[in-house]
Write a protein that binds this ligand. Sequence first.
Ligand SMILES: C[S@@+](CC[C@H](N)C(=O)[O-])C[C@H]1O[C@@H](n2cnc3c(N)ncnc32)[C@H](O)[C@@H]1O
Length: 234
Amino acid sequence: MAKKKLQRFAEMKAFDCVFEPENDVMTGGDFHMKGRWHSDYFGNRNPITLELGCGKGEYTIALAGMYPKRNFIGIDIKGARLWRGAKTVDQSGMDNVAFLRMKVEFISNFFAPGEVQDIWLTFSDPQILDHKGTKRLSAQSFLDRYAKILARDGNIHVKTDSNFLYDATLKAIEKGAHKLLTHSNDIYGSGFSDFTLAQREILGVRTFYEGKFLAKKENINYIHFQLNEQAHQT
Ligand SMILES: C[S@@+](CC[C@H](N)C(=O)[O-])C[C@H]1O[C@@H](n2cnc3c(N)ncnc32)[C@H](O)[C@@H]1O
């Protein structure tokens, strides 16, 4: 392995803001922080937002800067990408951010019912060939997992360049009778005037992948929804 990569992996282990469970811990039942993120890490009761598939954690860090009275956890399976966000947090001393290296499939091992207030899916892989819905992070099988950890009035935000993912997510929301609050298939174009100033500020955060898609002049989609009450009971 390249020297730089090895050095970054070593740094990851030393960052206070990073949690990197071994595979057997990730899959093996409740993680020791489940239900304890407020008390044992953040030291407050402020609401927790997750960014799933956060890559370098741009959304996590930008939102944490905008909302110091909220807590943020960026989650991704790729340690090399998480390193970038973790390094920024370590150097800046931000105390409302953590990063968790794990697969979203096991999320209910990591958070207790109602422990999470908001979830962001930022430029998730559209998984066009995932007909069974076992990989797409906005498929019903994942919404079922999110229902186990989200507060009843919790929110899910999807921001994507993929028109396929946008349509597939809208279909999943309709099929599951979830509550669609806002959606736009061109947030910087035709949809822009529909957003409040605060929404524009939040949606204006640009991730690494978003930068690539914008350079190709692709439209950017956004969906904001809540899970239906029944979903939380199953
Ligand atoms: C296209 S990238 C987007 C990264 C970032 N959100 C951005 O906008 O720059 C998708 C990310 O999701 C992560 N990812 C995909 N499926 C995942 C899963 N099941 N569990 C954890 N991370 C996942 C990948 O490792 C990758 O970093």
